[in-house]
Write a protein that binds this ligand. Structure first.
Ligand code: SD4
Length: 338
């Protein structure tokens, strides 16, 4: 309800739219488990994903995990659901275009060995997360971008298709009338999907896929394909992923910092909160503050999970054996009305 109100309010504005490091493994483990609080402890395996579209994504990923597939395969299949859904206007096919009417996609994926693959500024490919997996598996690199990413995708057998739906084309033309850049996050509760998985053995994988901030400049890349910003994990510690205004997440190396805070003993909730507070402090007098929203989800090695956002309206989907697939509301620093 709050989300809806917020959406209406912002639509009315005229737009739619974004260590001390422990050196020894044993020490790390004991510090992390000391941070576990019972209320947020899931059973393994556990999947956590951003926003409402996390529910069907979790469902699909869960099926694959339970059939013995890897965390990587589970994530690619899971987040592939919103990527292919034209009703989800912030991911993949049907996503809002940039200010030139082009749908450009960002995605990344990372496994428990710290191998990662990423694509940015990719056009005409419905499943950027699947291309990111191929970058991880079939190249010596971490990130491919733009025309090179597209060329690679085609070499890997992906088909080019038009991702601009009629609805997005219409919204873009409406936006052009005022051409005001003010990406509003929480649009009907569909934004970037980030997914974190801890399997039965306690191994962690993560992925993130998005069409990015609506009405961005052509060529703009957000946090979502950037390892350390939109997504980060360390299999000894835990994982974190972001949603929200990518510029703010990149400025603070958000997800990497959440993981480092968990390494120091913070719980996932506490670690997400501390980084959100830091983002707030750094942006409170910034021009982006008016429309700034960021949210993080995190899991640790012990199976504890959590999330925190700057403003109200963020939620995430959690799936484990004990409690099934459900939505949980994130704690937040402030409401949109303040
Ligand atoms: C971006 N972080 O491109 C993405 C957008 C997003 O929730 O996450 N929206 O900045």
């Amino acid at each position: 309800m709050g989300d809806r109100r917020h959406f209406i309010k912002n639509a009315a504005l005229g737009t739619l739219g974004v260590s001390a490091l422990l050196s020894c493994k044993e020490e790390t483990k004991s510090v992390v488990s000391a941070a576990v609080s019972d209320d947020k402890k899931g059973t393994k395996p556990l999947i956590i994903s951003t926003w409402n579209h996390g529910l069907p994504a979790n469902e699909e990923a869960w099926k694959l995990l339970k059939s013995g597939k890897s965390g990587l395969d589970a994530i690619v299949a899971g987040v592939g659901i919103p990527e292919a859904d034209p009703k989800v206007r912030s991911v993949g096919y049907g996503g809002y275009p940039d200010r030139e009417g082009k749908v450009t996609l960002d995605a990344c994926i990372m496994d428990s060995n710290s191998d990662c693959g990423s694509v940015s500024f990719l056009q005409n490919i419905k499943h950027p997360i699947a291309v990111a997996q191929k970058v991880l598996e079939n190249t010596p690199h971490v990130m491919l971008t733009g025309a090179g990413a597209l060329q690679f995708a085609k070499e890997q057998g992906f088909e080019e298709e038009n991702l601009l739906t009629e609805a997005s084309d219409k919204d873009w033309k409406n936006w052009l009338e005022k051409s005001k850049y003010q990406p509003v996050i929480n649009i009907e509760n569909h934004d970037t999907i980030s997914m974190l998985v801890i399997d039965e053995n306690g191994d962690i994988t993560g992925g993130c896929t998005t069409s990015g901030a609506a009405w961005k400049m052509h060529g703009r890349v957000g946090d979502s394909p950037i390892i350390g910003a939109g997504l980060f994990l360390d299999n000894e510690v835990g994982a974190a992923a972001a949603t929200g205004l990518g510029e703010a997440v990149i400025r603070t190396a958000g997800s990497a910092m959440v993981v480092e805070l968990m390494r120091q003993g913070k719980s996932p909730d506490e670690a997400c909160k501390e980084i959100v507070e830091r983002i707030y402090d750094k942006h409170k007098n910034h021009q982006d503050m008016e429309y700034l929203q960021v949210g993080f989800i995190a899991i640790n090695k012990a199976g504890e999970y959590g999330g925190y956002s700057l403003r109200s309206g963020f939620n995430y989907a959690v799936y484990d054996e004990a409690n099934g697939n459900r939505m949980e509301d994130s704690k937040f620093k402030m409401t949109w009305d303040k």
